[in-house]
Design a protein around this ligand. Sequence first.
Ligand SMILES: [Fe+2]
Length: 477
Amino acid sequence: MLNRREIIARGLAGAAAAALPAPLHAAVTPARPDWTLGLADVPGDIAPRALTRLQGRAPEGLAGTLYRNGPARFRRGASAAGHWFDGDGLVRAWRIAGKEARLAARFVDTPKRRLEERLGRMVQPGFGTPLQPGAEVGSADDTNPANTHVIHAGGRLLALWEAGSPFALDPETLATEGPVTFRPDLARMPFLAHPRIEPSGRIWNIGSGGKAAYVWRLSADGAFEAGTIVDLPMASYMHDFTATARHLVIVCQPWVQTANRLPFSASMAWQPERGTRVLVLDKDDLTRRREFELPPLFFFHLGDAWEEADGTIRFDGCFHKDPSFAVLGAPGLLEGRQEHAERPELTLVSLHPDGRAALAPAGVAAEFPRVAPEAAGLPRRHTVFVGGYGADRPFARSVGVWDWERGRADSFDFGPRQLVEEFVPAGRHLVGTTLNLDVGASELHVFDTRRIADGPVASWRSDVALPLSFHGSWVAR
Ligand SMILES: [Fe+2]
């Protein structure tokens, strides 16, 4: 008999035992639209190099590294990953020091990548990639691309996925040290790519498996402090959760696991009639729980949560109507097809002390909500986001700061020839990257948080085109 922790840890490996090999995806289709540069393969690591300054200069006092992670190898030989989310993680270090900026990037050295390098084929299953002949799946970490986020804790980087372990990297060289086991009996447990980090540095995270989740509490230096299993209202897909200073907020959307199949997304079913259930746990006593109900929604990302004086909990999220983009739209992007391009809408959620829950849409399409780390879990009015989605391509073209008090955004449009990635707060600035389609190169930009519409105060250009990354962290020097 497996115990509950083992069931949570089985993940993809459990499904692999029963999976049949699926047909190979076509690797190449002609006449790709130019935005597919955002999904191109990087053949190998990017050696450290200086960037060319385009305009402005780094603000006084802004020195550090923007670490970012995202999939950057999707194809080998005639084979290809079946989903944007399943490429090998490439960790990039965009360093700013004085007037200069530099870039280096290295792939996370995972068992998945080693196996596929050796075979010259993509074989491991993933979120939307079927298992192929030659796959080796003993545990979830065998399929772990470590490609979703990167944080800094305890003097090392942690490259994060969601169904397996973090991978530790050296912050200077970006060399992979290996998967992290926080305690021997917790090896290979799922660890979401979106930990919630208190201003003190303490790290909360969850790892989900069916109708239960493991709640992680780590110290600021990334050491295990405590953990426990909590029951969830339903076996929802879990990419993110949020937290106030006192509570964890776990939003259970009605995209639920109804089978144990590969790829992972084939195990899930959209059941809007179940609505969305929000679980609120007391950080000091995880057995103290409340539940709220919301209409059906699908999401990847939430902003940090906070509590009002009357006990109302608020947080924002980027909410889709259903999972059609994740299931049907994102796989086609690798082949240059833009389908099911329904955009998420920035929305404020209020959980009232009397048990009512309410949604208040901002009226803007938005993704990658970020909050200043010093305000995590505390009352706030601003949310950093990217948006400006159009019909011409599936990616953002603007960055903005939404003001929930004024009900408006201060935003900057990079125009139709830039693909805009997540921007992250860095003190009084925002730091982020874009992919310039005209010159075929990735760029680094710094904004003054109070004057986004004025455009970047400094921009640099690299000599490489890196595919779009998902998430990252600013680490001040
Ligand atoms: Fe994410």
